[in-house]
Design a binder for this molecule. Structure first.
Ligand code: ASP
Length: 350
């Protein structure tokens, strides 16, 4: 395990001020102090720092990475990079690359389940702490689509590229052409063709779309989401995962959220944006994820047949997760410790 980089005092003070302002602004008791803190002049900084030192414990954790499903290796990779002081966006793109290259994971990257015509098409997006966004939709022959989404964000005047255009752009950026349909995913598809029964599974062995959110040692937040979407989807179908506000949303001043599960339902409720906006209005990440799931289930009984789950973090380093059904896990890595957090769910018996 890599040692955790010790932050400078100035950095800690800056982090504390940010959290102090947020925390005091959110609690009844802290409203007056919070307003005073926000409106104080630069010349009052010394006084503010004295208040902070006296009343606010040091910001914990110093960095944090969370991811959807049981994706420990990927999330630990991201966490260890954060521990070395790497920026959040670099850490999470390297983290999810582990699952994109994992042929055993049938929902992401190489080896993913194809559409009903046998084409493996991938979707991904990234959001930076600056609020920039890049996405690729329905891309074939490229394994590391999260890194490609970042290239769209950083190297083009656009934010979304789809299909052949995205693939051709990938080659100009040095990405390799690779066959994504493996012998095993091809075999499973041929088996599926015998019935052609389209029935998205509620949980795919606790391994599905990987969404990852991280806060780095300078307190900046970034997010990524990468997937092959629903197995045996119609050709051309795109889900929530690469769509800003649906599959992923990051507002570095507030926090971030990422979704997994039935993308059509996440899209209809603009789920990840909703979670971040609920946090902006004072909800904890946990409560915000719960409320976003309630928006889906209160529409009727159909939720019984599909899974949706959210994970979220705020800029105080608090995290939360919630799913419709049992069987969803969030991985969390912070300050050198990896945890698998079994998510609470809506259908839990009272
Ligand atoms: N949300 C993804 C989609 O609908 C699939 C998943 O997470 O299972 O494309």
């Amino acid at each position: 395990m890599k040692p955790v980089e010790v932050q400078s005092k100035t950095h800690q003070t800056r982090m504390n001020r940010r959290k102090f302002i947020q925390n005091t602004a959110l609690t009844g008791a802290g409203i007056a102090t919070g307003v005073a803190a926000i409106s104080c002049k630069e010349s009052d900084t010394k006084a503010l720092e004295t208040i902070e030192t006296a009343s606010v414990p040091l910001a914990k954790p110093t960095y944090i990475s969370i991811s959807t499903w049981n994706t420990e290796k990927a999330n630990t990779t991201s966490g260890e990079l954060l521990a070395q002081g790497k920026p959040a966006l670099d850490a999470i793109i390297d983290g999810v690359a582990i699952e994109e290259a994992n042929e055993e994971n049938t929902t992401v990257g190489i080896g993913a389940t194809p559409d009903r015509e046998g084409n493996v098409t991938l979707d991904a997006c990234v959001m930076s702490p600056e609020g920039d966004y890049g996405a690729v939709l329905a891309v074939e022959n490229i394994v590391h689509v999260a890194a490609l989404a970042r290239k769209v964000m950083e190297e083009t005047p656009h934010v979304i590229m789809a299909g052949k255009g995205a693939e051709e752009f990938a080659y100009t950026q040095g990405f390799k052409k690779q066959k994504l349909l493996t012998p095993s995913s091809e075999k499973a598809w041929k088996e599926w063709l015998k019935t052609s029964n389209y029935q998205p599974a509620i949980n795919v062995e606790n391994h599905d779309t990987i969404g990852m959110l991280a806060m780095d040692t300078s307190g900046k937040i970034a997010g990524v989401c990468t997937t092959s979407g629903l197995g045996y989807k119609m050709k051309g179908r795109v889900g929530d995962s690469p769509i800003i506000g649906a599959g992923l949303f990051v507002d570095d001043q507030i926090g971030a959220a990422v979704a997994t599960g039935m993308g059509e339902e996440v899209l209809k409720t603009v789920g990840s944006f909703l979670v971040v906006e609920l946090m902006r209005n004072g909800m904890s990440p946990q409560k915000a994820c719960e409320e976003a799931i309630h928006r889906i289930v209160k529409k009727g009984d159909r939720y019984k047949d599909f899974q949706v789950a959210y994970i979220a973090m705020n800029n105080a380093g608090e995290t939360g997760s919630y799913a419709i059904h049992e069987g969803f896990t969030m991985m969390k890595y912070s300050d050198g410790k990896s945890e698998a957090i079994v998510s609470d769910h809506f259908t839990k018996k009272p």
